[in-house]
Design a protein around this ligand. Sequence first.
Ligand SMILES: [Zn+2]
Length: 111
Amino acid sequence: MPPANRKQPKRANSSDSQYSLMEFMQQYPDDEACLQELWRKRYSPDGEHAYCPKCETERVFRRYETTQQRQSWNCIACGHYLYPTAGTIFHKSSTSLHLWFYAMYLTASTR
Ligand SMILES: [Zn+2]
């Protein structure tokens, strides 16, 4: 079998930054969207259930609405808080999560 005619998919030009920004804004329109992403990635794939270290089992968690920088979810059974940003560069940063995400997005897409 001659390998000659295999079609190589053409990679999108990464210098097309306008498009990247549009894509990013669609995926992560604001801080809340970024936070939800962290929450799902780190604790709760379905966005609702997570392992509670206090109950030592999986529980339903509710978003705890606050105006503070550190956003959290809490266990509806015992009230334990989970912070999606705990232990990350975001946790103590006053830079908006949205901006961080965009910086990471740019880094990832300009390889
Ligand atoms: Zn709990």
